[in-house]
Design a protein around this ligand. Structure first.
Ligand code: AFP
Length: 327
């Protein structure tokens, strides 16, 4: 008889009871897990179903939308709507904010299929989400929340079958999917202190387009650490969280073609940067933007707002933040 490992459901039930919380969050998490499993199914069977490849349209970020992105979005909205717990959803794949249930309890910000350029190669993609709760005590209700107001943030790595969830003031936990398609075996993630294992992760092809401050920091530090880059934030951050180190997507300010500069950064604040920053904080790390300011403090002005991102082990992030703040 096989050993029984603790399931995600039992872990979360215990967590909710320990902190005297309601069952609403359990229902929401169940919806997200159902969505992630179904997206994984479509990913794995996509080639057979003819669902891979460009859909020929462009998403709100101006990028090519793959059919899988749209499928993943529709799947996620379906389960969120059925949960009855979401007031409004911000999805990377929808220009407009989606209102689901005005009597709901949470706001959600998600990217159901991040890193879509990996799809034709069968390599990992991510499903990233952040959750904020409506103000139960007073007038409300602004859906544009800073990351420090999230109550939870997490990511599925698809089709690898891992799920990492940060819970406010209760740590970041990693689960993997077992042979019965159940997420099991919670492991508390704590960023390691040992510099020998630290890794750096950034798109090296962009290196000459970074600011002088970011470039000089990389020049001085890169020899000390291993370099890893997958091109899907969930996968790259997954490694950094386990091994320690620094993931960065700096602002592009020195591109030979000035039209290709991205002084505001590339990644999306609400459903990419703040999500990993939140999980990182709960694991003992931190994250800053191009000004060296904490990502979790940024109050979004627009739901698809972008930011530069430096996230990972506190010592490394604080060191580069110091450099970024220099006159
Ligand atoms: P896509 O979903 O458009 O592939 O973008 C993925 C992503 O937002 C994030 O997951 C990666 O870390 C980053 O962009 C990779 O960007 P580069 O291809 O410019 O390195």
């Amino acid at each position: 008889m096989s050993r029984f490992e603790q399931t995600f459901d039992h872990f979360l039930l215990e967590h909710q009871e320990r902190y005297n919380r309601t069952y609403h969050f359990l229902i929401l998490m169940d919806a997200l897990i159902s969505a992630a499993k179904r997206i994984q199914y479509y990913y794995l069977t996509g080639a057979l179903k003819g669902n891979l490849g460009l859909a020929g349209s462009v998403n709100v970020q101006g990028e090519n939308v793959m059919r899988m992105d749209q499928i993943a979005h529709e799947i996620t909205i379906h389960y969120l709507e059925k949960s009855g717990r979401i007031i409004q959803a911000v999805s990377e794949e929808s220009k407009e904010i989606i209102t689901l249930n005005p009597d709901g309890r949470y706001f959600i910000y998600f990217d159901p299929l991040d890193g879509s350029s990996n799809i034709p190669h069968g390599l990992p993609v991510g499903f990233l989400f952040g959750i904020a709760k409506k103000n139960l005590d007073g007038p409300e209700d602004n859906h544009l929340r800073a990351g420090k107001d999230y109550i939870a943030a997490g990511m599925f790595v698809i089709p690898t079958g891992t799920f990492t969830l940060g819970l406010r003031d209760a740590g970041t936990w990693r689960f993997h999917i077992d042979e019965t398609m159940t997420f099991v075996k919670p492991r508390k993630m704590v960023l390691p202190q040992a510099p020998a294992t630290w890794e750096l992760s950034f798109n090296a092809a962009n290196r000459r387009t970074f600011s002088e401050r970011a470039r000089s920091w990389i020049d001085e530090h890169e020899d000390k650490y291993a370099f890893r880059y997958l091109g899907a934030l969930a996968g790259d951050f997954h490694r950094v969280l386990a091994n320690g180190g620094l993931f960065m997507y700096p602002a592009i300010v020195n591109h030979p073609d000035p039209n290709k500069n991205r002084p505001e950064g590339k990644l999306r604040l609400m459903y990419e940067a703040a999500v990993v920053a939140f999980m990182c904080r709960e694991a003992g790390g931190t994250a800053v933007d191009e000004r060296g300011m904490p990502i979790l403090d940024i109050q979004p002005q627009r739901h698809h707002q972008r930011t530069a991102l430096y996230v990972g082990s506190r010592e490394l992030v604080e060191d580069i933040a110091h450099r970024l703040k220099e006159e």
